[in-house]
Design a protein around this ligand. Structure first.
Ligand code: AMP
Length: 465
């Protein structure tokens, strides 16, 4: 998953992009980058591995002059964790410097890449986004807009993109609308971002959320809607609302906080825990769900687990060994809340089960009498092909074990998952088409070609991370 931002027509655009990336840090912590374009159309880039704060300082931002900038925070879902895959991708094309920031996954990138390589194309990294850059640069389209459209017609899957060609910026979302993208205004300028929380931070007012298939040009403080991409059934990623987006954002026209509270309420209706004396969340993604569960059930909400905020999301780490060790660094139980009690723990989802198993052990060692785990989404039974970093089916505990086996593995007294329909209703299925493939197995596209191969492919040129 990734966070993307574009700033156009605002002095010192790179500084604003930098601030916006801070608000989007939760969407990717492997690398961060900004490309800025100055008044002469010269593009300058600064990218690095790690967090936004680790990559930028006054000096690097001073080296990015201009009133147009595009920024990106990444965690890899295709392509390995190396600097060569850090974004924005920036290249020189016949139409001028091109920079592209991509959130999503192209499911046919492997096939296209093989074809391009056979025809002599050179790739510096292994990300699917570079495929798109090649398609744009090679297109026979008359205008830049034709070239972008031509490239997008050849790719399939999930893409929310901010692209700059020269000083002109484009924002576009695939017709299924998997990933969010929002537009705001800041003085005379325009800002585009993955989530509204980034606009809030830089003081931009929210103008509109891009709809699936929207393609806009941003120039001189104007947003021009270009002909939309060919329509497809809308399938917004429900996991954005369940887990990924920040609760202070509005995503797909919905308050993430409000949806999560409703998920918690629905969970309490579907899977009550009458034995529970206190309820608490696994912070932070399920805070609002635990609140909803408490409101509906009448069980008192407490802070039973404290999260260390200086540790990244556990899944971001590539190795299993690191992932397990990090759970303890990340969470600590509050004994006074837990000791001698029957506790209800609310989490948003269960992936491999590792974090939760360790957490349950921690909660028991803090003296819990009973532990009842409630999950604000159904069992995850398949990988996401559209940009969320879920492991292979074999590693997904919900795909390989029954509910009773999972309960036993986690060591909880009871386990309750929210139903698929309950989740979709709480997320607002009446007015939004959702992708729920990772829960239901109903994938809105064909199966990706060699996604796994692409994901673990090394870049042709190894760049020191
Ligand atoms: P586990 O117990 O190992 O299955 O981990 C479950 C935890 O991972 C939950 O608390 C979720 O909030 C979190 N989670 C779910 N999906 C992801 C993801 N794609 N990346 C990082 N963390 C995730």
């Amino acid at each position: 998953m990734c966070g993307i931002i574009g700033v156009s027509g605002v002095p010192d655009a790179a500084r604003l992009a930098y601030l916006g990336l801070y608000a989007l840090q939760h969407r990717g912590q492997e690398s961060a980058g900004i490309v800025a374009i100055d008044a002469d159309g010269t593009a300058r880039s600064h990218r690095g591995m790690g967090l936004v704060s680790e990559n930028f300082d006054d000096g690097s931002l001073a080296g990015l002059p201009g009133d147009v900038a595009v920024g990106h925070t990444r965690y890899s879902t295709t392509g390995s964790t190396v600097l060569a895959n850090a974004q924005p991708c920036s290249v020189n094309t016949r139409c001028g410097p091109l920079a592209i920031a991509h959130n999503g996954n192209l499911i046919n990138a492997g096939t296209i890449k093989r074809d391009l390589v056979a025809r002599g194309a050179i790739f510096t990294g292994s990300s699917d986004t570079e495929v798109l850059v090649h398609l744009i640069a090679r297109s026979a389209g008359q205008t830049v807009e034709d070239q972008i459209r031509d490239a997008l017609e050849q790719v399939d899957g999930a893409y929310s993109l901010v692209i700059t060609v020269g000083r002109t910026m484009y924002a576009v979302i695939d017709s299924r609308g998997f990933r969010p993208l929002v537009i705001g205004r800041l003085g005379e300028g325009i800002v585009v971002a993955s989530e509204t929380c980034a606009l809030d931070l830089i003081g931009a007012s929210i103008t509109c959320e891009l709809r699936p298939g929207d393609f806009v040009r941003i120039e001189d403080g104007q947003v021009t809607h270009l002909p939309r991409l060919s329509p497809r059934p809308v399938s917004r990623c429900v996991f954005e609302l369940v887990y990924f987006a920040r609760p202070d954002s509005t995503v797909f026209g919905k308050s993430v906080d409000a949806v999560r509270r409703e998920l918690g309420r629905q969970l309490a209706r579907e899977k009550p825990a009458p034995e529970g004396e206190v309820v608490f969340s696994v912070p932070d993604s399920s805070n609002a769900m635990a609140l909803g569960f408490s409101e509906e059930s009448g069980i008192k909400l407490e802070y039973g687990l404290i999260r260390n905020h200086y540790v990244g999301r556990t899944f971001i780490n590539p190795t299993q060994a690191l992932r397990v060790a990090k759970v303890k660094i990340k969470f600590n139980p509050v004994r006074e809340v837990i000791q001698g009690k029957s506790v209800v723990v609310v989490d948003d989802s269960l992936v491999r089960g590792n974090t939760s198993k360790e957490l349950v052990q921690m909660i028991r060692s803090a003296g819990a009498r009973e532990v009842h785990l409630r999950l604000g989404s159904p069992p995850i039974t398949g990988p996401c092909h559209y940009g969320i970093d879920t492991p292979t089916r074999e590693e997904l505990i919900g795909a390989t074990h029954s509910i009773e086996e999972i309960r036993e593995f986690l060591g909880v007294d009871s386990l309750g998952y929210l139903s698929l329909d309950g989740m979709l209703t709480a997320a607002g299925k009446e007015d939004t088409g959702f992708c729920h493939a990772c829960f239901s197995g109903h994938y809105p596209t064909t199966t990706p070609d060699d996604l796994v191969k692409l994901r673990h492919a090394s870049p042709l040129i190894a760049t020191p991370a």
